[in-house]
Design a protein around this ligand. Sequence first.
Ligand code: NDP
Length: 255
Amino acid sequence: MIESSTKVALITGASRGLGRNTALKLAEKGVDVILTYKSGESSARDVVRQIEALGRRAVALQLDIANSKSFGAFAESVKNVLADTWQQTQFDYLVNNAGSGNQASFADTTEDQFDQLVNIHLKGTFFLTQKLLPLIKDGGRIVNTSSGLARFTLPGYAAYAAMKGGIEVLTRYMAKELGPRGIAVNTIAPGAIETDFGGGAARDNPQVNAHIASLTAFGRVGLPDDVGGAVAALLSDGNNWITGQRIEVSGGMML
Ligand code: NDP
């Protein structure tokens, strides 16, 4: 029997990196999780096992956030999983996290690269959330993922950062239009964090790591725990009056 107070979060791209960490941090706080993966099925299964070891329930579903045509079938799978595992019709928290980046100067960015980034970040967040709206509880919460790069500029991220800027604007519109349902919508904007993102350069390249560390107030590069903990805190009780906001989680990068 599921306690009626059990919260369920859907986190995209939680087979690795920041999504995985967020899933585990939420599970530690007593939240059950539906997580998605694109190609990392076995990693996603590991995350499910880790969440179960924390005494929570978790289910992993495949999703390619760049393929908006698949969102209808994905929403149907979520509906079925909610019914089968939680005997519920809706979930509480949506964390739009899945994504990848590429580095190319403004002059060299191709239309294909640009289109891919639009599809993954902006179109994916927009239409996946739209499709999932009937499955999100009134009073629920949505967290969209931007980047420090939408506030400060580093060469090589014109297209990626433009998508993230779009997500920040979208967040305010979603907050306004979903406010009548009591749904809070906020953006989390991580600074450079040690994950596989960008080929893992912030983590694995000592020069890049040292340079980023020198740009933060805390003098180190961010870790997945820094972001997962922040998202879990944002989604905890007591933060119900925060909506339409951008919260940067960068250790004070480029202040
Ligand atoms: P990782 O590369 O570590 O993990 C990416 C996750 O997203 C994986 O679970 C991967 O799934 C999934 N994913 C990638 N592409 C797709 C896709 N097309 N459809 C569905 N899922 C996909 O990245 P991070 O955890 O670092 O990044 C997470 C989010 O944070 C991204 O939106 C990124 O832009 C943002 N961000 C990251 C920063 C950083 O420095 N790390 C800084 C600022 C923002 P799988 O492995 O199963 O294929």
